[in-house]
Design a protein around this ligand. Structure first.
Ligand code: DGL
Length: 303
């Protein structure tokens, strides 16, 4: 049974909203699916719209100014169309830049995704920690700030992997991906110094857990991989609770199908359609939003 009521609707004494929350999950491409999976487990009753700005992918190559302009423009449209109760920016590369502006412009709650440096530093015994991310994320002041605040006792290797997000997209789309290409992207995250070795690697790009099995298999030695998706889902559920949404309204635990919106759609093959369906995305829409003049990729020196 589906119950849709206005936002103000409340459930008597508990003050809980009796309509389902609408959650917009946003990434440059398919990486945010790793976050969506955790969100759907935590709130199986919610209406999820997964938005992939694949016309802008990869965000790791955009300058900071262009990335902010791009995300603002795409999200303005998605928010107007979908009227979400909460927006999850399932992208480190964007979150480390765009959150203050979005929070200033909207009264909606935004949950961001930022490199999980604090739990990584706490989990490391060797105190050699690596942050595997896009070229954009490793350059951010935000990332430097997290290291200074939470990992001062660690040597942190910031590894910008130029191709890994694209390889993850290829793998999910059913294209063949060479082990050697993945191994080359992750190799700099494995550091040996003074008889110590890296023991924790932060997956600071939501695409990378899509390659979880390959990462485990191709790692030069076993490490703890830190994926922030479960923590993001917990935060989103908490904020929905603060908005008055009672947990798990609806039919006996069944997870509702979700909708996907692509801003380009060029990579939407049958194989990818099946992979999306397997992740609960049954309705797939292309809402074309090509990169505008001020949003194009930067020269390689700035990427
Ligand atoms: N999934 C994105 C992240 O978490 C970025 C991939 C990209 O567009 O470069 O950073």
């Amino acid at each position: 049974m589906r119950i849709d009521l206005p936002a103000e609707a409340a459930l008597g004494a508990t003050d809980a909203l009796v309509r389902r929350p609408r959650v917009l999950v946003f990434d440059s491409g398919l990486g945010g699916l790793t976050v969506l999976a955790e969100l759907r487990k935590a709130r199986p009753d919610a209406h999820f719209v997964y938005a992939a700005d694949d016309a802008g992918f990869p965000y790791g190559r955009l300058s900071e100014g262009n990335l902010i302009a791009r995300v603002d423009r795409v999200l303005d449209r998605l928010i107007a169309q979908n009227q979400p109760d909460i927006v999850v920016i399932a992208c480190n590369t964007a979150s480390t830049l765009v959150l203050p502006g979005l929070r200033a412009r909207y009264s909606l709650p935004f949950v961001g995704t930022v490199p999980a440096i604090k739990p990584a530093a706490a989990a490391s015994r060797s105190k050699l920690v690596s942050v595997l991310a896009t070229a954009g994320t490793v350059k951010r002041d935000y990332t430097q700030g997290l290291i200074a605040s939470f990992a001062a006792d660690c040597a942190v290797a910031l590894v910008g992997a130029p191709r890994l997000a694209g390889l993850a997209e290829d793998a999910l789309s059913g294209k063949s991906v060479d082990d050697a290409d993945i191994a080359a992207e992750i190799a700099p995250a494995f550091v040996e110094a003074d008889g110590r070795r890296t023991d924790v690697v932060v997956l600071a790009c939501t695409h990378y857990p899509l390659l979880g099995a390959e990462l485990e298999r191709l790692a030069p030695w076993p490490v703890t991989w830190i994926d922030s998706a479960p923590a993001i889902a917990r935060r989103a559920v908490h904020l929905l609770g603060e908005q008055g949404f009672a947990p798990h309204l609806g039919e006996t635990g069944a997870t509702r199908p979700a909708k996907a919106v692509f801003t380009g759609g060029a990579s939407l093959t049958d194989k990818l359609g099946r992979a999306l369906a397997a992740r609960g995305l049954r309705e797939i829409v292309v809402d074309a939003m090509p990169l505008a003049d001020g949003e194009h990729a930067m020269a390689a020196s700035q990427a």
